[in-house]
Design a protein around this ligand. Structure first.
Ligand code: KG4
Ligand code: ZN
Length: 351
């Protein structure tokens, strides 16, 4: 089954064509990173305007790369939410028109469920349920128990900032640019992770929730203290060594909490066969390394097969859509009008 998928929930315009939920024919991503780097973060109106400009060229390129035309496509998958409504609507309206004009069944997908299915892309073996997934993005941060396809239970979530958001904010504090994850992890390579003793917020004993806003404030306080001590008012005047040490110590604090919580979740559900990592922060090599080291050896650890499957992409939406379609093919009809949503509600999304 060939699914053409569209993802425009934030600042990536992406279209993909995926066969049977795992085999990629095309996955075209027009990133807006350079545009948003100027403002140090995503401005929704700017993102939406860029999606308008990019969606048709990206769609055309996707069909061209895949060597497909409309007759080859069995269904359309679309990110319905959560995300920026002004961005989502460009994708949903495009999908609505295609579904109507080309008479293709439409499969709406929840964005975070899309991230979860990024681990199905380009694999050749079978994933064994139940699974615990740590999904860490700029907008979301959850621990999820997955008993079967599209059968989810949220075990824990962030009470304030998501991990990716913390990376972005700390990068901004240090004047390192946007998005924060890649620049912080690059700076951390040359830094000392023991240089600063940042707080690890585990919340109540056994809690599987997360909190990263206190950590971000601690980083800000260190920068302010350094500035006051050395009479520096511009972040550009802060020496590279200080920034690298801060980046490494901050990253270690995030990685330690994320990996410990994943292992705590596993101990609560020892029947779990696999532990998965997904979302933009799953691109972090230190996080992968530390999870791998703490993992029980009889459980399989997966993260996306390619770095481009970690951050937002349409291929993961097609993978999620395929398994949803297989559960109830008659449910998905052509000419259905999909409207965007900001709601997360993972367990109730398709109800
Ligand atoms: O999943 P994603 O593309 O978008 C959302 O759904 O939010 O995640 C984007 C987030 C950003 O906050 C970015 O800083 C973070 O993923 N990120 C990373 C890395 N690469 C991207 N965080 C840590 N380490 C990385 N290497
Ligand atoms: Zn995402």
């Amino acid at each position: 089954m060939k699914i053409l998928s569209i993802e425009t929930s934030c600042d990536e315009t992406s279209c993909a064509i995926v066969v049977d939920g795992h085999k990629l024919l095309a996955n075209v991503i027009a990133s807006q990173i350079d545009l948003h780097a100027k403002t140090g973060g995503v401005v929704p109106e700017v993102a939406a305007r860029e999606h308008v400009l990019k969606i048709i060229p990206v769609l055309d390129e996707c069909l061209k790369i895949a060597g497909c035309w409309w007759d080859d496509i069995d269904a359309i998958a679309i990110t319905k939410g959560p995300g920026l409504v002004s961005s989502l609507i460009i994708g949903t309206e495009t999908a609505n028109v295609i579904s109507f004009v080309k008479n293709k069944p439409m499969i709406p997908v929840q964005h975070v469920i899309g991230h979860i299915y990024s681990n199905w892309l380009e694999i050749t073996d079978e994933i064994e349920f139940p699974i615990i997934i740590l999904t860490v993005s700029g907008g979301h941060n959850e621990l999820i128990l997955m008993n079967n396809h599209h059968d989810f239970e949220v075990l824990g979530e962030t009470r304030d900032d998501a991990a990716g958001e913390a990376f972005d904010k700390v990068a901004r504090i240090l004047g390192l640019g946007y998005p924060g994850g890649p620049v912080i992890s690059k700076a951390a390579v040359n830094g000392d992770k023991e240089a600063f003793k940042f707080p690890r917020s585990y919340l109540e004993k056994g809690s599987l929730d997360f909190s990263f806003s206190g950590l971000k404030t601690s980083v800000l306080n260190e920068v302010k203290a350094y500035g006051a001590k050395h009479k520096i008012s511009e972040v550009s005047e802060i020496p590279e060594k200080f920034k690298n040490d801060l980046a490494a110590s901050f990253q270690e604090a995030v990685v330690e909490v994320l990996s410990d919580k994943l292992i705590t979740a596993y101990k609560k559900y020892p029947k779990v066969r696999e532990l998965h990592l997904s979302g933009g922060v799953s691109a972090n090599t230190r996080l992968r390394e530390v999870i791998q080291a703490k993992m029980p050896k009889n459980v399989k650890f997966r993260h996306p097969q390619s770095m481009i499957f970690c951050t937002d992409n349409a291929a993961m939406i097609a993978a999620a859509a395929y398994h949803l379609y297989k559960l109830a093919p008659k449910k998905f009809k052509a000419k259905t009008n999909i409207t965007p949503t900001t709601s997360f509600e993972i367990e109730k999304f398709y109800a």
